[in-house]
Design a protein around this ligand. Structure first.
Ligand SMILES: O=C(O)[C@H](O)[C@@H](O)[C@H](O)[C@H](O)COP(=O)(O)O
Length: 203
């Protein structure tokens, strides 16, 4: 499968695939490899998802060999960002991942760490950060060695046409948040306006 690889002096690499088919095939393989390595090293795999087309690109994980070989019972699923809409709304990142993936694979319901969307955006962000802090304390989610930030085994992010990742939009005040791990927006440039999002790492 042809792809171009661009390395960045030990800071990771960019892989460019010729088709979405090639990209999704390689994405499934990549996720399965990281899941296996994380389970071997830490006993769990903590993955944070966003929204957009990325989630449907993960659909190959439902098929063989992954349906049989991935240790789904060790997966903890998080969201980098969520829109404050009901969990059955078409804008919900939770619904997107549920429909495409975790309604079809045997993950533990209690390991699906979704956002409470029945409270204000600020409260939802506070509660999500609190939940993650508990899981860092228990050692389920790893912690950075240079700061107290959580260190997920894998964070999967799409990028919007304006360059936004998660719900971190260019020039938005959420980009300057240095203390909170999770913050909220009530004025997202893209609808829906109310969202919560992971912040940028401080360390
Ligand atoms: O909440 C959002 O603003 C979007 O879901 C965002 O997080 C998404 O990842 C990008 O917009 C890329 O989306 P596409 O992959 O569909 O282009």
């Amino acid at each position: 499968m042809a792809f171009s690889r661009i390395s960045h002096k030990g800071r990771g690499e960019v892989r460019i695939y010729e088709s979405t088919h090639d990209l999704s095939t390689n994405l499934a393989e990549y996720i399965a490899e990281i899941s296996e390595a994380s389970v071997k090293e830490r006993g769990v795999f903590c993955v944070a998802l966003s929204g957009g087309s990325l989630i449907s690109m993960m659909s190959k994980l439902r098929d063989t060999p992954y349906s049989r070989t991935v240790d789904w019972a060790r997966w903890h699923i998080f969201w980098t960002d969520e829109r404050l809409v009901s969990k059955s709304h078409s804008d919900s990142n939770y619904k997107l991942a549920k429909d495409v993936l975790f309604s079809k694979i045997p993950v533990y319901p209690s390991y699906i760490h979704s956002i409470n969307v029945t409270v204000s955006a600020e409260e939802a962000a506070n509660r999500y950060e609190y939940a993650i802090r508990q899981l860092v304390r228990k050692g389920t989610v790893g912690a950075s060695r240079i700061s107290d930030c959580p260190k997920f085994d894998l964070i999967l992010l799409g990028m919007g046409p304006d360059g936004h990742v998660a719900s971190l939009f260019p020039l938005h005040r959420a980009l300057n948040e240095k203390n909170e791990w999770v913050t909220f927006l009530t004025d997202s440039p893209d609808p829906p306006s109310q969202r919560i999002t992971f912040t940028l790492p401080s360390g």
